[in-house]
Design a protein around this ligand. Structure first.
Ligand code: CA
Length: 406
């Protein structure tokens, strides 16, 4: 191995995730996370190790690189794995190729043209339905028949590390007759993962569940920030709007479906049986352990949630098949988020709404504070990693601090 990689690194030789980084003297460009380093792909291409048009590696998004297709991008990943493991490879001794990861600036890895958010965790949908509607009828009649989703806002998807001001908006106070305008008092996170589209389709074309993963380049961690008080007043009858559109944070490294393939598992049994276009064969759930920390200003982190992506009721193949069944086209860089990923146990709930049960059960932090929702100065950090034996493939983190309303 050309560089040292800690055994517990998210960015092992098995991973090779792609991102966009810059430094004081290197413009935004493509890189790969490896151990504590970023491998500069533009600089690497100057050694002549790649046989495609490497100008795409000097662009400020990965869209055109991804658009080259998996025959190219999958080979880039396996070529890098080989080069890193060959002590006599052209990378050996080339210190300018490797930059300490802690010293680079990460950027949005792709231009996101369109963003969709699903609602695919049965535990989350059941919790929300229980709190806001009827505990005996928590799931609406459509929920087990189609992956419920909505078209979200792409312009406010931001990379990890970008601070967010508490949103303001209309809320209807309890027992009031008219709404008031104020900063949200119920700011929340949603623990999600998102997949990145890797191939364009044409208008009118549909993607089957069998083909779906060919159209997915990879995945990131996704925090769908949510203002619950604004959401509660505005969402009827068309769903989330300003309560969600102020910001969504993503982790900067796109972990490829190739890297995640060893972590496929069966999904939960779906009952009743779904319509033929949503039926699938093989495994499409992924065993990815997820965690959420809250770090109050000037204090230490508390892990308040431990969940897993494998709990999802509707998988990515079904989500993409459903998304395109009406003929809606998708484009490289489009992002589709899972919906809040909750498990069955109380400590696996993927939002403060559920962890504090709509504010009725404060969540204790390690430093003695309590939280029902997110307060100004809090940093919310999500981590995710798949591990089987010694093989670890992680996402790093998505982290953002909440600043007071402007
Ligand atoms: Ca969501």
């Amino acid at each position: 191995m050309i560089i040292d990689i800690a055994a517990d690194s998210d960015f092992s030789i098995h991973n090779i995730p792609f991102g966009i980084f810059s430094t004081a003297d290197r413009s935004a460009r493509a890189g790969v996370a490896i151990g504590d380093y970023v491998l500069d792909l533009l600089a690497l291409s100057e050694l002549g190790v790649f046989d495609f048009d490497t100008s795409v590696l000097g662009q400020s998004t990965l869209n055109d690189f991804i658009r080259l297709g998996k025959t190219v991008t999958s080979k880039v990943r396996t070529d890098i794995q080989s080069l890193l493991q060959d002590d006599s490879s052209p990378l050996a001794g080339k210190e300018n190729l490797f930059l300490p990861r802690a010293e680079v600036t990460m950027h949005m890895p792709v231009h996101v043209g369109d963003y969709t958010d699903f609602y695919s965790s049965i535990e989350h949908a059941t919790n929300v339905g229980t709190m806001f509607r009827d505990p005996d009828n928590a799931l609406l009649p459509n929920w087990r028949h189609l992956p419920v989703g909505y078209h979200g806002r792409a312009s406010s998807i931001i990379v990890s590390g970008t601070d967010i001001h508490r949103p303001k908006g209309q809320v209807m106070p309890k027992d009031a007759q008219v709404p008031i305008f104020r900063p949200s008092a119920r700011l929340d996170f949603e623990l999600e993962m998102a997949f990145v589209i890797g191939q364009d389709t044409s208008l009118g074309e549909s993607i089957s569940t069998d083909q779906a993963e060919d159209y997915i380049f990879g995945m990131v961690l996704f925090n769908d920030w949510s203002a619950r008080d604004i959401q509660k007043w505005e969402y009827v009858p068309l769903g989330p709007f300003l309560a969600k559109s102020f910001a969504s944070s993503i982790s900067p490294w796109i972990v490829t479906m190739d890297a995640l393939a060893p972590f496929k598992v069966d999904g939960p049994e779906q009952s009743p049986k779904v319509l033929p276009y949503l039926q699938y064969s093989g495994q499409h759930n992924y065993d990815i352990a997820l965690e959420v920390d809250i770090t109050p200003d000037g204090s230490s982190p508390s892990t308040i949630c431990r969940s897993n992506y494998k709990y999802m009721y509707w998988n990515m193949a079904q989500q993409l098949a459903h998304h395109t069944i009406g003929g809606c086209n998708v484009k490289v860089g489009d992002m589709m988020a899972s919906g809040t990923i909750s498990g069955q146990s109380k400590d696996s709930y993927g939002s403060m709404l559920e962890l504090s049960w709509a504010g009725s059960q404060p969540v204790p932090l390690a430093d003695g504070q309590i939280r029902v929702f997110i307060e100004d100065g809090d940093t919310v950090t999500m981590r995710g990693a798949a591990q089987r034996g010694d093989v670890r493939v992680g996402f790093g983190e998505v982290s953002a601090k909440i600043l007071p309303a402007k």
